[in-house]
Write a protein that binds this ligand. Structure first.
Ligand SMILES: *Cc1c(COP(=O)(O)O)cnc(C)c1O
Length: 442
């Protein structure tokens, strides 16, 4: 049996432990939802207040130049670039993850359309299929569905990750995946799948929402073509923080993205009526950057850069795996007898930075849709994970998610979370009506 003292010893030995001080975490709260909304860095409130009072209040319009507001998409992009394995000037911060996905998926489809048209004979097969996972995050699937309608393409959804390579063929235009699946926490092998996609003549679009800032990402080395990522999860940029997008330099200037706007123009302040896309990733900008939100994101990204001297993303990954392994071991040791199963992979190489649990379909808990109530009962006990609804028709169970964020999650937090889970299950309190009222956001 693993004791709480063991967890405390792991904390005492943890090189990243001092980084927790960079965050403002409510007393007594075990927060295992940084994969949904990262916690508030201590620096953020003062920095945003300064931007409001000084840069906006005093500097007014001059701050576009004097305070470097116009350079924010690129400047913060350059800080994120090394976290995801790309070079400076290749990545920009803009818009939301959904909107960036719309831009890059459109561009990928446009490149494939061009390649089709360039074939010597009239093509018998047009590349008109986008392949993704049925359990991909819904907004990603919705964006793909909308673009497929526009481009006369279809979306092919694969049920099991191991079946993805076989789904790629001469009609595949794009393989679009979230590197770490939001439900199962499964980490895809980006290098292997990108190679399989390229061998089939397809392009790849990767969503890094659950991997950027959580584990080392190597977009360039692993052969990715396009990528987007989220600012408010592991980058700690605050609710609705701007997102980012990256396009491989070999593609970036070959296609327009569909949301042509002033900031993506080659010479925005020439104010000409004709659109000329900027060379490089700047064409992926559209409108004016949200400066206040950018200031908060900047502070969030700085918390990851603070880990650089302490082992960087490799150190973060090692701690993340140790935390999730401890969670898995403790659930196995202490939470038996309730039909709880792991929905996240056991193999370290396949697991992102979360542990996902589900009740076995034939368990009493599953019959009573316990997952939602269990998560609410844990919240009442000051342990915050989250619930993701399943879909019986698609064979997806309800999921209990517990994300770990090595910058601030302690080993003792994991121990305490599993102890509270044990008590919630043993007491059956999740059945109480007060834990089964659903709010607007679940
Ligand atoms: C969190 C998340 C998003 C968020 O998209 P928004 O545009 O910010 O709503 C998108 N995709 C995935 C896979 C996510 O996990």
């Amino acid at each position: 049996m693993t004791t709480r003292d063991h967890a405390l010893a792991l904390d005492a030995d943890d090189a990243l432990a001092p980084l927790r001080q960079l965050f403002q975490i409510p007393d007594g709260l075990v927060y295992l939802d940084g994969n949904s909304l990262g916690v508030l860095p201590r620096a953020t409130a003062a920095r945003v207040a300064q931007v409001v009072a000084q840069e906006w209040g005093q500097g007014l319009i001059g701050s576009w130049n004097d305070a470097g507001w116009m350079a924010l998409p690129q400047r913060i992009g350059d800080k994120i670039a090394p976290l995801v394995g790309v070079g400076p000037g290749e990545l920009v911060v803009a818009d939301s993850t959904s909107v960036n996905l719309f831009k890059v998926l459109s561009a990928a489809l446009a490149l494939q359309r061009e390649a089709d048209a360039a074939r010597p004979a009239a093509p018998t097969v047009v590349r008109n299929v986008v392949v993704s996972e049925r359990s991909n995050f819904p907004t990603d699937l919705y964006i793909a569905q909308s673009l497929c309608r526009q481009h006369g393409c279809s979306l092919q959804l694969v049920d099991r990750p191991e079946d993805i390579p076989a789904a790629l063929g001469p009609a595949t235009a794009v393989l679009m995946l979230t590197q770490v699946n939001y439900r199962t926490g499964r980490l895809h092998d980006m290098a292997r799948l990108s190679a399989a996609a390229h061998a089939a003549g397809a392009l790849t679009v990767w969503d890094l929402a659950h991997s950027a800032g959580a584990l080392p990402v190597a977009l360039a080395a692993d052969g990715a073509d396009f990528a987007v990522g989220c600012g408010y999860k592991y980058l700690n940029g605050g609710p609705g923080a701007p997102a980012f997008c990256w396009v491989h330099p070999q593609h970036v200037s070959r296609a327009w993205q569909p949301l042509a706007g002033l900031l993506g123009h080659a010479a925005p302040f020439a104010f000409t009526p004709g659109y000329q896309p900027a060379p490089g990733i700047h064409r992926y900008l559209c409108g004016t950057p949200p400066v206040l939100a950018m200031a908060a994101l900047d502070c969030g990204v700085d918390t990851l850069l603070a880990a650089q001297p302490l082992g960087g993303m490799a150190g973060i990954r090692a701690k993340s795996l140790a935390l999730t392994r401890l969670f898995i071991d403790l659930v196995g040791q202490r939470c038996g007898g309730h039909g709880l199963q792991f929905a996240s992979p056991d193999a370290d190489a396949e697991r992102g930075s979360q542990v996902s649990l589900a009740f076995a379909p034939d368990s009493a808990a599953a019959q009573h849709s316990a997952a939602f109530g269990v998560v609410q009962a844990l919240v009442a006990r000051r342990v915050v994970g989250d619930f993701r609804a399943g879909d019986a028709q698609d064979g997806l169970p309800d999921i209990l998610r517990f994300g770990v964020t090595p910058l601030y999650t302690r080993f003792a937090d994991v121990w305490d979370a599993v102890e509270q889970l044990r008590q919630v299950l043993a007491s059956g309190e999740w059945r109480e009506a007060r834990f089964n009222q659903r709010g607007v956001v679940t």
